[in-house]
Design a protein around this ligand. Structure first.
Ligand code: NIG
Ligand code: FE
Length: 429
């Protein structure tokens, strides 16, 4: 080998060596109006080299030495018998909460609707009471237990929303809990402020005054704290109108908070149009979104995010029109929406299964939607979400022969190791 070639070889300080297989996406979606591809490729006998937490080389294990300069102090992880996929990205969760709503679950099984329970003071408002009653430390402990379960399903990045404080003090408390989780766990956490999750009982007489307060007082304070990156709103009957949602999202954008929206979950009010108009990073739920909404999303750059766990848990008569969205060329993402009321499915692998069973997605589509496209839904689409040179070394290692077994083995979990930023999390070997 010439000196020049040698000089161009990347340095590596961490290597996942001798993997049985690794899944790559040959033509990853690059954001905006670029092309969407659902193609996956399962490479055999692979090594992945990393430097400073970023992938520098992926290729045949036998060719590692001739392509990579391995630092003397480099760590090796033995990948024999393992499959590597990109770490899952759960781009929509309400993971920080307290309390129990198992009675509402039974009520819904017997036929009461989700919005009726909310209007009667249950639902989100009930969780709000539970959250307000806990100290920051207590809320941290409850949320940390859940986060550990999420990580065990192969998730390396998780978004977490506020929205069970519904007053400034308790919304800030939730943001601080999210921040403590960030400090305590290696998983990448993205914080979303969702003060506009529901109108609390004592503000029902004048919801517009509540919206004013969110826009003029809460959002500036949240932005000053630096504790949130996104701003989300529940655009729905009995929650926030499109006009109110517009004010809330615009106020966030003015203060540097990127926009997300809960749109078309129960009724089509115009949340999708608003997302396209404001350049929201993602529009989520979309259970009721039809051809018109899909047309609006096409080419908008908004990442449509569907939540098959929620439509299953709410026993809806249908699920989001994922197939139509894929056929229309949209960079569809999937996420868990884990929360205490409308979805108790937790983590990534069960959502992979539900995407296949309920949304009729292929295993390749489910994998790309739950990794790369979900990363785009967090504005991290060029940083994480795929096994590709230049991206963070975030991997989920499974004791499986093929990624097609992840969704197939419903409710089972063959995760062996999680690697985040080039560091094994569980230390299995
Ligand atoms: O995404 N739709 C609004 N928010 C959550 C449910 C929250 C709850 O019921 O506690 C959702 O489904
Ligand atoms: Fe949600």
């Amino acid at each position: 080998m010439s000196d020049k070639q040698h000089a161009n070889r990347p340095l590596a300080d961490f290597i996942v060596h001798n993997l049985d297989s690794a899944v790559v996406f040959p033509k990853p979606y690059r954001g905006g109006k670029t092309a969407v591809s659902w193609q996956t490729e399962e490479l055999q006998h692979v090594s992945i080299a990393s430097k400073d937490g970023r992938i520098v080389w992926v290729g045949p294990a036998a060719e590692l030495g001739q392509n990579v300069t391995i630092e003397g102090s480099a760590r090796f992880y033995n990948g024999e018998g393992l499959l590597a996929v990109p770490g899952f990205v759960d781009s929509h969760t309400h993971l920080v909460y307290a309390g129990d709503r198992s009675d509402e679950f039974e009520m819904r099984v017997q036929g009461r609707s989700y919005l009726d329970i909310l209007a009667a003071g249950g639902g989100i408002l009930r969780t709000t009471n539970a959250v307000r009653g806990l100290s920051e430390e207590e809320l941290f402990v409850k949320s940390a237990q859940r986060l550990e379960q999420v990580m065990k399903t192969g998730v390396t990045t998780v978004e977490i929303k506020t929205g069970y404080g519904l007053d400034l003090e308790n919304e800030m408390k939730m943001l601080r809990v999210i921040d403590q989780l960030k400090a305590a766990y290696p998983v990448r956490i993205v914080a979303t402020f969702m003060g506009a999750h529901a109108v609390p009982a004592d503000r029902r007489a004048d919801p517009d005054a509540f919206v004013d307060e969110i826009c003029n007082v809460w959002i500036p304070e949240v932005a000053r704290s630096g504790l949130a990156e996104f701003n989300d709103v529940f655009t729905e009957n009995k929650a926030f109108s499109v006009a109110q949602s517009r004010r809330i999202l615009e106020a966030g954008l003015k203060h540097g908070l990127k926009a997300k929206i809960h749109a078309d979950e129960v009724n089509v009010l115009g949340g999708v149009d608003l997302a396209a108009e404001l350049g929201a990073v993602s529009a989520d739920h979309l259970l009721m979104t039809g051809d018109e909404g899909i047309k609006k999303l096409a080419g908008s750059g908004v990442i449509p995010t569907v939540l098959p766990g929620t439509s299953t848990y709410l026993m809806e008569s249908h699920h989001a029109a994922a197939r139509k969205m894929i056929d229309a060329g949209l960079p569809l993402a999937i996420a868990s929406d884990h929360n205490p009321g409308s979805c108790q499915f937790l983590g990534a692998n069960i959502i992979q299964s539900l995407a296949m069973l309920q949304l009729k997605m292929s295993a390749s589509e489910a994998l790309i939607a739950g990794t790369l496209h979900a990363a785009h839904a967090l504005a991290l689409g060029n940083e994480i979400g795929a096994i590709e040179v230049g991206r963070r070394t975030d991997l989920a290692l499974f004791a499986l022969n093929s990624f097609r077994q992840i969704g197939y083995q419903v409710g089972q979990n063959s995760l062996f190791e999680l690697i985040i930023d080039g560091t094994p999390v569980f230390g299995e070997q």
